[in-house]
Design a protein around this ligand. Structure first.
Ligand SMILES: Nc1nc2c(ncn2[C@@H]2O[C@H](COP(=O)(O)OP(=O)(O)O)[C@@H](O)[C@H]2O)c(=O)[nH]1
Ligand SMILES: [Mg+2]
Length: 197
């Protein structure tokens, strides 16, 4: 309801995923990348939601919502995705927590088939929370991620190939560049005939 009256051209983005996967850390990275609008931003366990605006150099303005991922907060997700005209879901999965991966996948499949999200693209961030002493190497996780993606593909999902992209990263580390953040956000507005994935 009310989606078509969204004349202010702001592009709605949700950051979703289970708790402790790195969603709020990702939001902080997005804020840090927006140097012109740098502001004080505290990361705590998210009760409710965090919210920022981000303007890219191409003029696109994004409203980015980081929603809490615990059981109670998850019940409120539908209020956001059924009210906002969501163009992009950034879905964070923590790769080193084996027990939670299956739950993450089930939630993702449900979201991708949710009626009010059928026009939305999905960008999975496979976050690798490495111990302080250990460096992140993408190659260590590639096989695992390919397996996970093939698991998701077993489900019937509306326009799966066009709507899904992913990245394997340690969100906290500097290997996650500002231009990667920009290209994730811009996936929100890519026309389907340009989609290369
Ligand atoms: N080493 C490392 N720690 C991370 C990373 N992402 C998040 N963390 C830590 O994991 C915890 C949960 O992160 P948070 O962003 O609050 O998760 P959220 O519950 O999904 O919002 C925090 O203590 C973060 O500092 C990461 O990429 N690398
Ligand atoms: Mg949080």
């Amino acid at each position: 309801m009310g989606n078509s009256s969204n004349s202010d051209k702001k592009i709605q983005v949700l950051i979703l995923g289970l708790e402790q996967t790195g969603k709020s850390t990702l939001l902080k990275r997005i804020v840090d990348a927006a140097r012109a609008t740098r502001e004080e931003f505290q990361i705590e366990t998210t009760n409710g939601f965090n919210y920022v605006n981000r303007t890219l150099s191409n003029g696109n303005v994004f409203n980015i919502w980081d929603l809490g991922g615990d059981k109670v907060n998850k019940d409120f997700w539908p209020i956001f995705y059924r009210t906002l005209n969501v163009k992009l879901v950034i879905y964070v999965i923590e790769l080193t927590e084996q027990e939670t991966i299956l739950t993450s996948l089930q939630d993702l499949v449900i979201l991708m088939n949710e009626e009010s999200l059928k026009e939305a693209n999905f960008y999975i961030i496979f976050n690798c929370i490495m111990p302080k002493t250990q460096d992140f190497k993408e190659s260590d996780f590639k096989k695992k991620v390919e397996l996970i993606i093939s698991r998701i593909k077993e489900y019937p999902i509306f326009r799966f190939n066009e709507r899904l992209r992913y990245l394997i990263i340690d969100i906290k580390k500097s290997t996650f560049s500002d231009s990667q953040i920009d290209s994730i956000l811009n996936f929100a507005i890519e026309e389907s005939n340009n989609k290369s994935y």
